[in-house]
Design a binder for this molecule. Structure first.
Ligand SMILES: NC(=O)c1ccc[n+]([C@@H]2O[C@H](COP(=O)([O-])OP(=O)(O)OC[C@H]3O[C@@H](n4cnc5c(N)ncnc54)[C@H](OP(=O)(O)O)[C@@H]3O)[C@@H](O)[C@H]2O)c1
Length: 315
């Protein structure tokens, strides 16, 4: 099968032929129709997580997929050969299998039937980013009428976060560049702050002088680079990058959570239902063939991704 893989530690990803994996217990072999890209793909390609999780090479990139079940391993009875499914390659060691390939061997725990109203490309853009958005929104327990700042709203996780917050009756303040103002407003943002036009804290304080009730930060790696001063005392913070440091937040009278997405099948199914019900939009800005998947990864690496990038594979 053709697969985008890192042949050995430290090497660049390349498209080459690899054997089709054979299903083992509690796995589902999927003929991939589409695979969504995530920032995590670049981190794994660069070996950034190799000290935490053993990597085995050649390492196939890609975590999200939608496709058709080709075979199932022992113990799998919730999907069958021929079913159209959405799935995610959970971050379980060893890191070796991926979805940017003609076939992906996915853990059964993260494979669910794809609703018929959802096409493969949209389905593949859901698992990790939407699950991360859900985790971040759940973590701050937003109430209707509250104001929540989303930093880094222009990307994949941000596009879902803005919508999930707006659906809960929250006033959403989103940071992005000016080119994304209309896109994020359509998704439910009340105010879009251009983070390239000046300090975010200053710009937000001008519009919301009393600050915000909560912050979801998708950009900062450390608390000192997140605009915590905007969050009112007693407010909540969620970070997808480990920036919600308990001590730093407590010093400001805040609480917070550094969230980890859990794109298991129950979560993916719930998000997919929201899409088919029309309450959640899949915001895809770029669709590429497998041959050009590295272009999509380069866009993510440059920090300028807008919405989701999806790779279409096969016929
Ligand atoms: N913890 C977890 O389970 C989990 C799960 C998924 C993702 N993540 C992490 O969460 C982060 C966001 O993921 P993603 O998929 O949304 O990434 P993404 O698609 O690359 O989006 C990142 C966005 O951040 C924006 N941005 C860059 N620098 C910024 C700044 N200084 N201020 C405001 N916005 C800025 C970019 O917007 P512009 O294009 O407007 O510059 C880009 O749209 C990534 O770092 C990812 O690794 C964590």
């Amino acid at each position: 099968m053709r697969a985008l893989n890192v042949p050995a530690a430290g090497e660049q990803p390349r498209l080459s032929d690899l054997p089709v994996p054979a299903p083992v217990e509690d796995t589902v072999l999927v003929r991939v129709k589409a695979a969504g890209l995530n920032a995590l793909d670049n981190a794994l390609a660069a070996g950034m997580m190799a000290e935490m999780l053993p990597h085995v090479y050649p390492l196939v990139l890609g975590r999200d997929a939608a496709g058709v079940v080709e075979a199932v391993g022992a113990g799998v009875d919730h999907v069958a050969i021929g079913d159209e499914v959405i799935g995610h390659m959970l971050l379980v060691p060893p890191i070796q299998a991926g979805t940017l390939a003609e076939y992906a061997l996915l853990p059964a725990a993260a494979v669910t039937r794809k609703p018929t109203g959802l096409d493969f490309t949209a389905a593949a853009a859901l698992p990790l980013a939407a699950a991360a958005a859900k985790a971040a929104v759940d973590a701050i327990e937003p109430r209707p009428g509250q104001t929540v700042l989303v930093v880094g709203a222009g990307g994949g996780v941000g596009s879902y976060t803005v919508q999930l917050l707006a659906a809960r009756g929250v006033t959403v303040v989103a940071t992005a560049t000016a080119v994304d103002t209309d896109r994020l407003t359509t998704l439910g943002a009340t105010t879009v702050i251009d983070y390239t036009a000046g300090p975010v804290a200053q710009q937000v304080a001008t519009v919301y002088p009393d600050g915000v009730d909560a912050l979801i930060d998708l950009v900062a790696y450390t608390p000192d680079t997140a605009p915590l001063e905007l969050v009112r005392k007693g407010g909540k913070v969620a970070s997808t990058l480990g920036a919600a440091d308990e001590q730093a937040l407590a010093a400001l009278g805040l609480t917070g959570t550094s969230v980890m997405a859990t794109p298991v099948r129950e979560v993916i199914a719930e998000l997919a239902e929201q899409v088919t019900a029309g309450t959640l939009k899949v915001d895809i800005t770029t669709v590429l063939p497998l041959e050009n998947a590295t272009d999509g990864l380069a866009t993510l690496a440059s920090g300028t991704a807008r919405g989701k990038i999806v790779i279409e594979i096969g016929d």
